[in-house]
Every structure is written in structure tokens, then in C-alpha cells.
Design a protein around this ligand. Structure first.
Ligand code: SF4
Length: 327
């Protein structure tokens, strides 16, 4: 079967049944360069059907930076990696509130509080984060998300009661590659937190990082593992190698390869928010607008945890120029 016919057949099935089999996803991963635009177009049709024209905008803040005990190979904040990242303890409530107000002013609808480290050990820090979430909810019109590492069920419940909307905890990569990415905590540890988040009734934001040397089969392995948890949002990071990290000299994939990953994820998650996060600017370069034409419907605006992003007005202009909307 010609690749365009195969792509359109699988597209129609996904639109009808909201589902794709492992075999069909594997057939799509075999699409070669001359079929890529057909693949993007089909992913765009699925996105338009289930997500409309809206692009969700999320801003993140690094509320505690560096000095992390864990050895994640991609991360500038791990104390195992020799990077020049800033190190500071948990920010005061008023500083986080200021950053939330700036995020709202820049056009974000979501604001995510992120902290380095395996988990929040200090009870007072945890209570301070809960109080900050409640204040943001009272003063601003933002959905508040958080990414604080491992969570117990009781902590997840407390965050929900404080007004948290969504919690981020990624699987990071395929289980078969995970031991090469991190050995200080396990894949099973990550799943425990994901289960606690779901049990507490929080929305789940769960995805990974692509471009860490994984194969196409491992990309699908990750996607289908994520599918089992039905996350409301799938954050998609493209490795932006930071000098001094274990993956600091990882050769980059091409922009078209990252677009193909995005399109495949749209086939696998027809109804979910697919949020392109770190590494967008460095890896997609001039092809950033194509992300929305290949199935994405959400981005992070502003700076990332340790690297610079586009100025938010430039991203808002890009979305407007594409005929998409942010409200
Ligand atoms: S990804 Fe999180 S847990 Fe891993 S080193 Fe970075 S801050 Fe620590």
C-alpha cells in the first residue's frame, strides 16, 4: 500500500475509534521522508477534529534550582553533572507570585511550579508551596500545575486541596532505556508517583524526552507506556544537550525527525493535550510553526528551567499568523 493511503486509513480509524494499535503505530514509524508531509497533515486533521484551533500556553518557574541528588543524564540540575546552573533553595512565596503574575501578563493560561530534587523533603517547604498555590488561585486567573518530584498519596491530596490543577511527573524515556538515563531512582518509583497523582484526582501531565539516543521502537514503547496512564497532557521535550551533563555531546536529531515524533504522538493520543516543552527552539529552529501542523496543541512560553526560550510575544505572533488561537 502507498504510504499516503496507509496513513489516511489509520487516520480515519483513529478519528472513528480514538485508538491505534501497536502494529499500526509501528507501520507509521516506517514512513520515510517522502511521506512525512502526508503524516503531518493527517496528524493535523486529528488534532483539528479533537482539539480545535486552540493552543494552550503554559509558563514554568524554577522555584528551587540545582543540587539534586539524582543522576538523570540529561539534567543540568543534577549534582552528578558538572554544569554552571544556578543553585538556590525554595523561592519565597512573593517571588513565585510575582512570576505567576508575569506569566499571566505574557498570555499563559497555566503556570507550573517546578523544583529540583527527588522530592520535597522539608515539611515547611511543602506547606509553603501549598500556600503559594492557594494564593495564586485566589489572586490570578491561572490553572496552577506543579512538578515537585516524588509524591505520596497524602501529599498529592494536599496539593489538590490547595487548588492544584495538574501534576507533572514524566516517565522520561522507554523502560528499556531508563537504566542508561538514571540509576538513582527506578522506573517503578516514577510509576508510584503517577499512580498517587491519579488517585488524588489531579490531572496528570506525563511525557518524556526524545533525542537521548532511543530507537524508534523505544519511542513507541514510551508512548504506549504513557497511554496506560491516560494522562490529560503529554509534555514532549526534545533534548537540548547541556555541556557538562552525561548527554552533553549527544548528536542532535533533525527537525523533521522531531516533527515525526510529534505527529506519531498525535495518532496515539488523539484527544489529549500534546505540549511541546524544552528544546523546541534549539531543535526545530525555523520549523517551529510546523509543530502545530504536525499535531501539537500546546507549548511552554518564556524561559525553561535552565535555558532561554523565545520571547512570549514572538510565540503569540506565530500562533496568530498560523490562524490558531490562544483563547
Ligand atoms: S530531572 Fe529532576 S530528579 Fe533528575 S536530576 Fe534533574 S532535578 Fe534531579
Amino acid at each position: 500500500m502507498k504510504s499516503v493511503n496507509l496513513i489516511n486509513k489509520i487516520r480515519d480509524k483513529v478519528i472513528k475509534c480514538n485508538d491505534i494499535t501497536w502494529e499500526q503505530a509501528h507501520k507509521l514509524k516506517e514512513v520515510k521522508e517522502d511521506g512525512l508531509y502526508s503524516l503531518f497533515n493527517a496528524a493535523y486533521t486529528i488534532r483539528k477534529k479533537f482539539r480545535g484551533k486552540k493552543v494552550e500556553l503554559c509558563a514554568i518557574t524554577n522555584a528551587r534550582s540545582g543540587a539534586c541528588s539524582e543522576n538523570c543524564a540529561f539534567c543540568a540540575q543534577s549534582s552528578w553533572n558538572k554544569t554552571k546552573v544556578k543553585v538556590y533553595p525554595l523561592l519565597e512565596e512573593k517571588e513565585v507570585l510575582k512570576k505567576a503574575a508575569q506569566a499571566q501578563g505574557a498570555g499563559a493560561g497555566y503556570f507550573c511550579i517546578v523544583t529540583s530534587g527527588r522530592r520535597i523533603q522539608d515539611k515547611n517547604d511543602f506547606l509553603r508551596i501549598c500556600k503559594t498555590i492557594s494564593k495564586i488561585r485566589k489572586k490570578l486567573k491561572l490553572n496552577v500545575d506543579a512538578s515537585l518530584g516524588e509524591l505520596s498519596f497524602d501529599e498529592a491530596k494536599a496539593l489538590k486541596e490547595a487548588g492544584l490543577f495538574r501534576y507533572n511527573h514524566n516517565l522520561e524515556t522507554a523502560q528499556s532505556l531508563y537504566p542508561q538515563v538514571c540509576t538513582t531512582h527506578t522506573y517503578a518509583d516514577r510509576i508510584k508517583t503517577i499512580e498517587n497523582v491519579k488517585k488524588a484526582g489531579l490531572e496528570l501531565c506525563c511525557g518524556g524526552i526524545f533525542g537521548m539516543g532511543e530507537s524508534w521502537s523505544q519511542r513507541l514503547e514510551l508512548a504506549f507506556a504513557l497511554k496506560a496512564f491516560s494522562p490529560e497532557c503529554i509534555p514532549v521535550n526534545f533534548l537540548n544537550p547541556v555541556p557538562g551533563t552525561r548527554l552533553g555531546s549527544q548528536p542532535p536529531s533533525s527537525p523533521l525527525e522531531f516533527l515525526k515524533i510529534t505527529a506519531l504522538l498525535r495518532f496515539i493520543f488523539p484527544k489529549q493535550e500534546i505540549k511541546v516543552c524544552g528544546g523546541r527552539e534549539a531543535n526545530l529552529r525555523s520549523l517551529q510553526p510546523f509543530l502545530f501542523l504536525a499535531g501539537a496543541d500546546s507549548i511552554i512560553i518564556g524561559d525553561y528551567l535552565t535555558t532561554k526560550g523565545n520571547p512570549p510575544p514572538a510565540d503569540l505572533q506565530m500562533i496568530q499568523d498560523l490562524g490558531l488561537s490562544t483563547n
